[in-house]
Write a protein that binds this ligand. Structure first.
Ligand code: C2G
Length: 132
């Protein structure tokens, strides 16, 4: 039983989010996703459009996801990996190299991002869209 863990905001859930979750699931039997809380995002200088509770429900509903936990700090990854007995930490290659320090307790994998789509872009489109 191989467990993978990944982290993210998953705001305005889009094909880039689905692609990476689906691809991670090809490397494991169990996938845990840590979703950034609104407070943690504020620390990242990010303001998600979709509230944390809804982002959690949407990720939970994804067929490739077995468990969702909150991401409340940068430092929790090591503790999460040990608690969940995760074998692989996986994240998009926009973070390449940033989490190599976790390689003493699990494999660290960076997967290529899906080009042409981002939550930021979708938020901008939504902001400029006329109210329906
Ligand atoms: N992603 C992707 N392709 C995109 C957009 C995002 O593969 N077009 C991936 C990212 O690389 C990341 C995941 O989807 O692995 C979630 O992306 P974000 O919600 O933007 O997450 P981020 O804000 O980068 O938070 O502690 C780590 C942070 O919580 C990551």
């Amino acid at each position: 039983m191989k467990t993978a863990i990944t982290y993210g905001t998953f705001d305005m859930f889009h094909i880039g989010h689905l692609n990476i979750i689906r691809r991670i699931r090809e490397h494991c039997d169990r996938l845990i996703v840590a979703v950034s809380t609104d407070e943690f995002n504020a620390g990242k200088g990010k303001k998600a459009f979709i509230p944390f509770e809804d982002r959690v429900e949407i990720v939970k509903a994804c067929r490739y996801v077995d468990k969702v936990i909150p991401e409340t700090s940068w430092e929790q990854k090591r503790e999460d990996i040990l608690r969940e007995k995760a074998d692989i930490f996986v994240i998009g290659d926009d973070w390449k190299g940033k989490f190599d320090h976790l390689s003493d307790i699990c494999s660290v994998m960076y997967l290529s991002r899906t080009p042409g789509v981002s939550s930021t872009m979708l938020r901008k489109i939504r902001a400029s869209a006329p109210d329906e």
